[in-house]
Design a protein around this ligand. Sequence first.
Ligand code: GLN
Length: 278
Amino acid sequence: MTIEETLKYGREQLNKAAVENGDLDAWLLLAHVLKIDRNYYFLHGKDSMGDGEFGEYERLIAERSKRIPLQYLTGEQEFMGLLFKVNPEVLIPRQDTEILVEEALKRLEHGMSVLDMCTGSGCILISLLHYRKGIRGTGSDISKGAIRTAEENARNCGVDVEFCLSDLFDHVSGKFDMIVSNPPYIRSDVIPTLMEEVRSHEPMSALDGFEDGLYFYRRIIDEGREYLNPGGWIYFEIGHDQGRDVMELFENMGYRDIQTVKDLAGLDRVVYGRYMEA
Ligand code: GLN
């Protein structure tokens, strides 16, 4: 089979399985197996596939047809211009989360310390340290697999951070100038409506925000007060309909300068506030 014919095969399979953006994913998996780009494809499309290569492609197409996310098959996702390793132990970094990083960067200055609660792949913390030199970073997560992945990503990106296996603040020590977090925030009753890729393959512990979706915000805002330096900030990513509720949690627990930031679609995406001891 030629490279062109192989791509046609991949597209047909994914379209037959009604995978969203099947044509694109068929191409991205082919580019991944052959380590080629569009330029190579147009110049060499009539070349034959190696046997091993076709077998590998066939396997990946079959997996993608079963709704395994593309990024778990290629093992990577770009975020903030950096490349992150991903696997089913971590949530795949989302483009929407770049807004949280951009907002936090506006506030972070040389010498500050930041805690990333529920760090997952480490994408938020590692990006902050890459783009703002001279800050100290700690990442915390309840999952061993996530901590392992985040450590590998930090090494690959050449940033020096500390990771801590911890159920929220249980094993966190010290004080921070900022806590950032993209915690699990999907209401439990909404989970069955998520895309199969997300619902069946991404870690449920990274998604489920329990009954009202606010469990982690409530606990981080409350317990975070003990871990913030005076005037320290909490920056959250939130679901589009959680702005009002999370602002209220901040207000009720004595935070000030509370604001929401909208995403490109005009929906609330980030909320932040600061804590001054009374
Ligand atoms: N902090 C990671 C991310 O934003 C993981 C978030 C999570 O697991 N809820 O991708």
